[in-house]
Design a protein around this ligand. Structure first.
Ligand code: CP3
Length: 352
């Protein structure tokens, strides 16, 4: 098993090797832009049912791998399945995004049941094992969770946006934010550990809202809990690879790389990959960072951007990806064109 794992291009890159052309997968590669996804989504009825019905979630996970030959599959689920499994009420309102029953004090947090996590996430683990059994041996299976701060944002504000309540709580009731983060961190260590045991080859932590925090709070609520998760996962699963994605982290991306111990860092659309590779405080793999809106727009500049990003990181361990998730009205042909362009790149210099 270990020998086989080492052959997977994504895992080679996560081990620090520069692979050319870079292996590729895309955030939100399964989703509404694919007609075959929309069909199964309708069949499931609602989004949570889709995430927690293993045959359907398995099929949705495999769709983009079959259609495009991606180098990695990412488990089909959602970062909010974790608070849902702890007992927080969750619904996905059509066209509006997620709605959670807000945590507005310690009593609300204490009403959650950490002991319910195992059973509540059993369908997710079954999906991981089913996907594992069906994937080609060279394809990496990525498990994931939200990072504690980003999950806390949804738990406290109850909905997406710029999370005014969570940011106020950070100053007005720091013990509450710390307690929510503590609960999520502990749960996430188990949750990711179970995914690895069920067959995930590596895991990714999505910290979509990390960039909302000033540096001192970024250290406390992003770097510190992430470091704890990475350390604990390595204790339980020596050698396991972790990708971190501190979206819009700006310069805090540097201490994030230095201090969390992640094996790879996801770069959002704002990052200049060449500059980051020059500044990175230790050898780390990079993942990203094509603009999803350029992917939707297509055309000549799409191909040029694919080549620029790949060549900019040539010689570095790099997994090609987007800077954020695929948007729903993206033509699937544009995704196919990106993969083809990437795989037809000749080694050599970039012609300007
Ligand atoms: O293909 C994949 O990337 C794997 C599956 C995946 C989903 N969500 C499926 C999904 C992953 C890794 C996520 C992560 C996630 N979920 C994040 C972090 C990454 C990011 O996008 O910033 C966040 C913040 C969430 C929370 C969430 N889930 C929101 C805000 C929304 C609504 C927005 C939207 O696009 O509808 C969701 C719903 C969601 N998660 C969908 C999918 C495919 C759309 C649901 C549908 O089919 O209607």
């Amino acid at each position: 098993m270990t020998g086989q794992r080492a052959e997977k291009p994504v895992l080679r890159v996560l081990g620090g090797e520069a692979v050319w052309p870079p292996p590729v997968w895309l955030m939100r590669q399964a989703g509404r832009y694919l007609p075959e996804y929309r069909k199964l989504r309708e069949k499931a009825g609602n989004f949570i049912a889709l995430c927690t019905t293993p045959p359907l979630a398995t099929e949705v996970t495999l769709q983009p791998v079959r259609r495009f030959g991606m180098d990695a599959a990412i488990l089909f689920s959602d970062i909010l399945i974790l608070p849902w499994a702890l007992g927080q009420k969750l619904r996905f309102a059509e066209g509006e995004g997620p709605r959670l029953e807000r945590i507005d004090g310690l009593a609300g947090l204490e009403a959650l049941d950490p002991a319910a996590l195992r059973q509540g996430t059993e369908p997710v683990m079954e999906t991981v094992s089913r996907v594992r059994a069906e994937l080609p041996p060279e394809t990496t299976l990525i498990g994931f969770a939200g990072s504690p701060f980003t999950v806390a944002c949804y738990m406290i504000d109850g909905r997406g946006g710029d999370f005014p309540l969570t940011r106020e709580v950070a100053y007005a009731d720091p013990a509450l934010l710390a307690a929510v983060i503590e609960t999520v961190t502990t749960a996430t260590i188990d949750y990711l550990s179970w995914q690895i045991e069920a067959g995930a080859d590596c895991v990714m932590l999505f910290d979509s809202w990390a960039g909302l925090l000033p540096p001192d709070l970024f250290r406390a609520h992003v770097i510190h809990p992430t470091a704890r998760i990475v350390e604990q996962l390595r204790v339980r699963h020596p050698g396991v690879k972790v990708i971190g994605f501190p979206r819009l982290g700006g310069l805090m991306t540097l201490p994030y790389i230095a201090d969390t111990g992640v094996d790879a860092v996801g770069m959002d659309t704002s990052v200049d990959p060449v500059a980051l590779a020059r500044l990175a405080p230790r050898r780390v793999a990079f993942q990203g960072n094509l603009d999803p809106l350029l992917l939707r727009a297509g055309g000549i500049s799409l191909g040029q951007a694919v080549e620029r990003i790949a060549r900019g990181l040539a010689g570095h361990p790099h997994i090609f990806n987007l800077g954020h998730g695929i948007v729903p009205d993206t033509p699937p042909e544009h995704v196919a064109a990106v993969i083809e362009r990437l795989r037809s790149l000749e080694p050599g210099e970039l012609e300007e």
